[in-house]
Design a protein around this ligand. Sequence first.
Ligand code: UDP
Ligand code: MG
Length: 321
Amino acid sequence: MEKDSPILYIVVPCFNEQDALPQSHDRLMKLLEEMINNGSISQESRLLYVDDGSRDDTWDIIAHLAGGNKSVSGVKLACNSGHQNALMAGLAAAVEHCDITVSIDADLQDDINVIPQMVESYKDGCDIVFGVRRERKSDSWFKRTTAMMFYKMMNRLDVDTINNHADFRLMSRRSVLALLDYKERNLFIRGIVTKLGYKTDCVYYDRSARTAGESKYPLRKMLNFAIDGITSFSVKPVRMVFMVGVLFLIIALIMLIYVLTAYFLGRAVSGWPSLILSVWLVGAFILIGLGIIGEYVGKIYTEVKNRPRFNVDTTVGLDKE
Ligand code: UDP
Ligand code: MG
């Protein structure tokens, strides 16, 4: 029953979005009404705006919209906590009332017209549906290149992410609940959702330019985000330190041969052999030591994150009397 017309909550994190919000709201509202009218989602479906501690009139706009329409709700965070945390707050609030959530940025750079398609995928049995950008002509050259480098690097480091997928995605109630079980503070949601293990699907769209206002992701935030993404999921950088240590050890051995030949040929200046050998050997041992310590720190880090160990999909025969 619930699958036929599920309750959909569209979760929209907003940070200083007073310029983009009114337009975005009109478009989202129109889509929501259309979907309710053609019966694909329940009448109790809503838009849920999360104000991430904006310093402009964003909250007043949200409060006003919610006051005039029962299909609109708002959550206001006490201070700016960042996109990922705002999104988590919205999902946590939504999951208590809905069957499915769709998260989308307030500037609607992602094509809202694929949302019905996402809902169809859900009805076909998918728990998570990723919105994937087909091309990014509308983004600046800089953003495009840095994003591409980032996805490449993530793949190298074995972090499961979907290329060209940001945070535009449909999630079923149970997958949101599973996501909320990840208690870590360094949030990189799009790395976690691929780990949940539920059946997923992708829908493709073209990304458009920001409707109004400016990007809330300056270079500094983008870099922090990238570093978070890598260090929260991969211990490979630590392994690299160890590998460099081993490399130095090999160089030290080559140097040993070189120094010995020079010594026996009488070409070694006094003091040089011992000095040059210590430089490489000590360097190698320090790096290997750091790598070993890093490996333990990495283990501590995984324990501290306290991630759930597994996520059950279905069971049979367990509910019998
Ligand atoms: N955002 C947020 N808190 C922040 C920064 C951004 O909630 O500290 C929201 C912002 O309002 C938008 C979304 O995150 O809805 C993505 O931001 P933006 O569109 O500026 O990023 P870009 O598309 O340029 O990467
Ligand atoms: Mg944007």
